[in-house]
Design a protein around this ligand. Structure first.
Ligand code: ASP
Ligand code: MG
Length: 499
């Protein structure tokens, strides 16, 4: 009954969508064909969702129980589960490798203890332990190898951190089975995830788009709960890769888009996407909805809620993404969708620290063709990725992440221009409606001026949703707080921002 109701809702939603997009109404069809079409439609579009839980949502036995309670409520909507590593396991694995290289110690003690304790606390039987022990042994051997060769290539690092997700998926799978849910733990490659060999930030190959639904849809249709490892994949040569830190979000959105899921849910430890980082602005409010474009900008410019690339798959298929809080499941969370009826003048404010400003000045630029190309190809040659750009007739200012070593690039560039490198900067970004940019800029500048904060470079595209400017790193938190206060004011008690 519930299934039929939900199917009807999907059909109604799709019809609404057709109306909105001004597509011609479907021609009238005889009732029996209509019914057949309806069931065919329900079967193909049928309800399936992807639920992803991050590390802190499965940090220990209690959190795993809580996660399972949440998932069970969604069983009628046929979930595929995607899991990160438990708690900070990924960081612990990297620390263990550092220790193996620097001190020769090959200890997986803490990691082993967390996982074995969790198995015991969840009351899992010996079979769960039998799935886990060989992985722990393999990890121990790998660390011994790392300590011997005293080197950790990107390839080995990906192999090393993959253990976190492989352990958590198996434990959760076993727990679901004891709780009466027919769950199957799967390594991402067994669920169709093939990637290139760009270790530590791999891209999923085109073939995966066909393989993933082929592997997962039949399981879901058969009433199985697939529990898939987030974050990892394999190359065609069988080497393990990762999709970048926080990459389980991307695993989830790829599955949702590839399988035609109704939605991708990303369960975190915050109430959704907030108007600012709550560590900087304690009264930041959860947003009811944002667009894919806004979410991607937010992810990139410092709001650590979602993996920056995780929007891309769902943009292709218009699959909605819902960010929910596993510590507060009642809170409605934030919906990420293709477009919103009412754009808000300002949706959110973020900042990104540890930024370096590179100022390139040359009179040769005046009236010249191809100077920008020359400058940008130097950045490309030295593998330095540019974040923000602003240009005038005689100067180009760009920002890059402070982690880059700019020595070689600096030397090359001095051949064609004067270059000033200024470290200790931050990017403050206002995500909002560029149609209101004059108002946003004037209010933003007046609050910054009142606080003695200088905007040292400014960038705003013609159609983009963000306005970004550079300030001294030490002043960035103050800038975010003041701008937030200007646009969102004092918190109205308990009221959500419905922008
Ligand atoms: N466990 C990985 C990380 O901590 C991936 C993830 O959490 O999404 O980065
Ligand atoms: Mg994690």
């Amino acid at each position: 009954m519930l299934c039929i109701l939900l199917s009807l809702m999907v059909v109604v939603q799709k019809l609404k969508f057709l109306n909105k997009s001004n597509i011609k109404p479907l021609p009238r069809m005889p009732i029996h064909r209509g019914i057949a079409f309806f069931f065919l439609f329900c079967y193909t579009a049928l309800i399936m969702i992807v639920m992803k839980f991050g590390g802190s949502s499965i940090a220990n036995a209690d959190r795993i129980r809580r996660m399972a309670e949440i998932v069970k409520k969604y069983v009628p909507r046929k979930p595929v589960l995607v899991l990160s590593a438990m708690g900070d396991t990924t960081d612990r694995l990297l620390e263990a490798a550092d220790a193996a290289i620097n001190t020769g110690a090959c200890s997986i003690g803490e990691i082993q203890e967390l996982h074995l304790k969790t198995i015991a606390a969840l009351g899992l039987d010996i079979r769960a332990e039998n799935e886990i022990t060989p992985l722990l042994e393999e990890l121990q051997h790998l660390l011994m190898g790392v300590s011997m060769i005293k080197d950790l290539s990107k390839k080995t690092k990906d192999y090393l951190v993959s253990f976190g997700e492989r352990l958590s998926a198996r434990i959760a799978g076993a727990y679901f089975r004891t709780a009466g849910v027919n769950a199957k733990a799967m390594d991402a490659w067994d669920a169709g995830f093939l990637s290139d060999d760009n270790y530590s930030s791999a891209w999923i190959l085109k073939e995966s788009w066909e393989m993933i639904p082929k592997k997962l849809n039949p399981l879901v249709d058969a009433g199985v709960l697939p529990v898939v490892t987030g974050f990892i994949a394999k190359t065609t040569h069988n080497a393990i890769t990762t999709l970048g830190r926080g990459g389980s979000d991307l695993t989830a959105t790829i599955i949702a888009a590839a399988c035609g899921a109704e939605e991708a849910q990303v369960w975190k430890d915050v109430d959704g996407i907030l108007t600012a980082d709550p560590r900087i602005v304690p009264d930041a409010k959860p947003l009811e909805a944002v667009t894919y474009e806004e979410a991607a900008e937010l992810a990139y410019y410092g709001a650590q809620v979602l993996h920056p690339r995780s929007m891309q798959p769902c943009v292709k298929t218009s699959t909605p993404v819902l960010v929910k809080n596993s510590y507060n499941a009642r809170s409605p969370g934030t919906r990420i969708v293709a477009s919103l009826e009412k754009p808000a003048p300002v949706r959110a404010i973020t900042s990104r620290r540890n930024v370096t400003l590179v100022d390139i000045v040359s009179t040769r630029m005046v009236g010249q063709v191809g100077f920008l190309e020359q400058v940008f190809s130097m950045f490309a040659k030295h593998g330095v990725s540019i974040d923000m750009v602003a240009t005038s007739e005689v100067s180009i200012s760009v920002t890059v992440d402070a982690a880059y070593d700019l020595t070689g690039l600096h030397e090359d560039m001095l051949k064609i221009a004067q270059v000033h490198i200024k470290t200790g900067k931050a990017i403050v970004t206002i995500i909002g409606d560029v149609e209101c940019s004059s108002e946003i800029l004037s209010r933003m500048f007046s609050v910054c001026a009142a606080a003695g904060i200088q905007a040292q470079m400014l960038s705003q595209g013609a159609s983009k949703v963000n306005i970004s400017f550079i300030v001294n790193d030490a002043q960035s938190a103050e800038a975010v707080r003041r701008i937030h206060k200007e646009f969102f004011g004092k918190p109205a008690s308990g009221k959500r921002n419905t922008a």
